[in-house]
Design a protein around this ligand. Structure first.
Ligand code: GLP
Length: 260
């Protein structure tokens, strides 16, 4: 074993709720710490079922504990393409409903890739998204989930460590997962615009949250398998400030010494 290799810190929780609360706490701590230094916080954000409890807790903190998002900028990982932001399936709508419409964020600080952009303008849009990110400074904290293909954002197998924001075709397994979740007649697009692995790895601090037995195998491959573009989340092993929060089920395929 290579003693120099930095494994992500792994914390295993009794259940999904306590793991999600811990993720929300980490986000809130970054916001508060930046606020104490009179600086704005730049958050990288994910969607997906995993994040529902996290955003719920952040909204509760806003309402009950006075956590303010007035000096927060949010950059989401991805958006389906093509997709209208007013479509209820869009990540724009999901983020508005779960978080942004319920807190005191300045709407001009809310950023997601635009699923309306014409095919010919996608590359320029992706460059502009990266530019907007740089103008806000580095991402202070990235909240990530993981797909069953090992994707972070929509970085499907084959996405290398140097990838940047771009249009991708979703993996067959992701399309199947999406189809299962979608209402009949409201299938999701086969493409998305996603930040790249390289974009994500530039964040100062990263939290990966995974919940449920259906994530156990991919969590183990991402954390204990080789660092390889077959599993985009495995590149997190190469980042020096990653914390992985798991419920017991998602941790169940890890070797016993990592299960905490
Ligand atoms: C989605 C998103 C990811 C998310 C992942 C897991 O499709 N693009 O950002 O983390 O897949 O989703 P879920 O939390 O629903 O399992």
């Amino acid at each position: 074993m290579n003693a120099l290799r930095q494994r992500p810190l792994i914390r295993v929780f009794e259940n999904a709720r306590t793991a999600a609360l811990a993720a929300a706490r980490r986000v809130a701590d970054v916001v508060l710490e930046r606020q104490a230094r009179r600086m704005s916080a730049v958050l990288g954000l994910a969607t997906g079922a995993t994040m529902v409890g996290v955003y719920g807790e952040l909204v509760r903190m806003h309402r009950e504990d006075g956590l303010s998002f007035a000096h927060v900028a949010g950059f989401n990982l991805d958006e389906y393409w093509p997709m209208d932001p007013n479509d209820s399936r869009s990540y724009h709508k999901v983020m508005a409903k779960l978080l942004w419409d319920q807190v005191d964020v300045n709407p001009s600080n809310v950023h997601l890739p635009d699923g309306r952009v014409a095919a010919a303008a996608i590359d320029e849009h992706c460059l502009a998204y990266e530019r907007a990110l740089r103008q806000n400074g580095d991402i202070d904290h990235f909240l990530l989930g993981i797909g069953r293909t090992g994707h972070i954002g929509f970085n499907e197998p084959g996405s290398g460590a140097g990838t940047r924001t771009r249009l991708v075709r979703l993996d067959e397994r992701t399309l199947k997962d999406n189809a299962r979740l979608a209402r009949p007649g409201s299938e999701l697009p086969e493409h998305a615009i996603t930040m790249g692995v390289g974009t994500i790895l530039e964040a100062r601090q990263i939290t990966l949250l995974a919940l449920g037995a259906h994530k156990a195998e991919i969590v183990s491959r991402a954390l204990e398998g080789p660092v390889h573009d077959e599993v985009a989340a495995s590149f997190l092993q190469a980042h020096d400030n990653v914390t992985v929060l798991l419920d017991k089920e998602a941790a169940s395929a890890l070797s016993p010494d990592l299960q905490g």
